[in-house]
Design a protein. Structure first.
Length: 153
């Protein structure tokens, strides 16, 4: 397998930075763009960046972050920004013919007492989330299933 161009969205975060390092060490070209380069909340900016940079794949670990206090105080801002970021990247990946998107989420998206292995869709949406982060949890649940997250339908 040759060197791949992989966009690591969220490359400055705790998980994204480790994934980017791993991809670089195995020889992939890791594309990085912080918010000063492309605002993921802006659909046109994301589309333009993807068409200019043409990644082979996207590893998606980007989100609005702020901690428990910020999540509670600015709940509407968090869910709005996270949903915008997710839909913009997924839709733009489709428009740019990127056929591989790995969408990551944090543990807050799972029901508080989720059984293992992963539960069914019905239980997924009816179960109680971790209450320190309910809005980010709701936004992050949206693209969890292949029918919602796959750019190639």
């Amino acid at each position: 397998m040759g060197k791949r161009r992989i966009w690591m969205a969220g490359h400055k975060g705790m998980v994204g930075s480790v994934i980017a390092l791993h991809l670089e060490r195995r020889g992939d070209e890791v594309l990085k763009a912080d918010r000063s380069v492309v605002d993921l909340r802006n659909q046109i900016a994301v589309e333009v960046w993807l068409k200019q940079n043409r990644p082979d794949a996207i590893v998606f670990a980007a989100a609005k972050v702020g901690g428990i206090y910020a999540n509670d105080t600015f709940a509407a801002d968090f869910i709005y920004d996270d949903l915008a970021i997710e839909t913009n990247v997924i839709h733009s990946a489709h428009a740019a013919d990127v056929d591989r998107v790995a969408f990551l989420g944090s543990s807050c998206i799972y029901p508080k007492f989720a059984p293992q292995p992963t539960i069914s869709r019905a239980a997924w949406y009816s179960a109680s989330t971790i209450m320190t982060n309910p809005n980010t949890s709701t936004a992050a649940r949206v693209p969890r299933f292949p029918s919602a997250a796959s750019p190639k339908r």
